[in-house]
Ligand binder design. Structure first.
Ligand SMILES: [Zn+2]
Length: 200
C-alpha cells in the first residue's frame, strides 16, 4: 500500500485537471472526500463512470444524450424549422435555461481558433448542411461566443450557409465582448435571443 501522502498527492493531481480547480481547491476536495461516507463516494464514482459510459453525441445535433437522438431533437413540442448553432453542448444547456428559445440546435463541437491552428474547414458542418438540404429549415440563429474565435466562427458559418434559401440571424450581443455563452446570465442571454439580428 502506498503512503498517505502519495495517495493524497495523486488524487490532488487528478482533481487539479478539472477546469477552474487549482492545487489548493483540489487539496480541499480531497480533505472533504476523506470526511464523506463510503456509500457517498461509491455513488459519486459510479455516476462519473456512468456519465462516461452512457452519454454519447446525438446523431442529429451533437448534443449530449443517452440515446442515439437527444430529447430536444426527438421532442414534438419544438419548432422544427429553426436551428440554433452553438459551439459546445454546455451552450445548449445555458440557452435552454433562458426559456426564450423553442427550436432545435446544432452543436459545432468547437470553434475556429487561429491560435490553436483550427480553421473553418475543421468545423463539422456536414450534418447541419444535410439538414438544410433536406428542406424544412427556415431559420438559423448563430449563437457562438461573442469573442474573437466565436465571431470568426459565426462569419464562416454565414459564408457557408448564405447560398441556401434560409434566414440567418446572429444573437444580439449587447453582452460584453469576450464573454462566453455559458457564463452569460439567463436574462441577458434570453434578451439576446429576442433581439437577434439578420446577418444574411
Ligand atoms: Zn439532438
Amino acid at each position: 500500500m502506498s503512503s498517505f501522502s502519495k495517495i493524497f498527492n495523486e488524487l490532488v493531481k487528478g482533481l487539479s485537471c478539472f477546469p477552474g480547480v487549482g492545487r489548493r481547491s483540489a487539496e480541499r476536495m480531497v480533505f472533504y472526500i476523506l470526511k464523506m461516507q463510503p456509500d457517498q463516494i461509491k455513488e459519486l464514482a459510479k455516476k462519473m463512470e456512468e456519465i462516461h459510459n452512457y452519454i454519447k453525441p446525438c446523431k442529429i445535433c451533437n448534443n449530449f444524450s443517452t440515446k442515439d437522438v437527444c430529447s430536444i431533437c426527438s421532442s414534438d413540442k419544438r419548432e422544427k424549422d429553426i436551428i440554433c448553432v452553438v459551439e459546445e453542448p454546455k451552450d445548449i444547456m445555458a440557452i435552454e435555461k433562458t426559456s426564450r428559445y423553442n427550436g432545435l440546435y446544432y452543436c459545432l463541437l468547437g470553434s475556429i481558433s487561429p491560435m490553436e491552428g483550427i480553421g473553418g474547414e475543421d468545423l463539422n458542418l456536414r450534418k447541419l448542411i444535410s439538414r438544410i438540404e433536406q428542406g424544412g429549415v427556415k431559420e438559423i440563429v448563430i449563437s457562438t461566443d461573442p469573442d474573437h474565435d466565436g465571431e470568426l466562427t459565426a462569419q464562416f458559418v454565414v459564408q457557408k450557409l448564405s447560398k441556401y434559401n434560409i434566414k440567418i440571424y446572429r444573437i444580439a450581443i449587447g453582452i460584453p465582448l469576450g464573454a462566453q455563452i455559458e457564463y452569460i446570465d439567463s436574462a441577458t442571454l434570453g434578451k439576446a435571443f429576442l433581439e437577434r439580428k439578420a446577418v444574411a
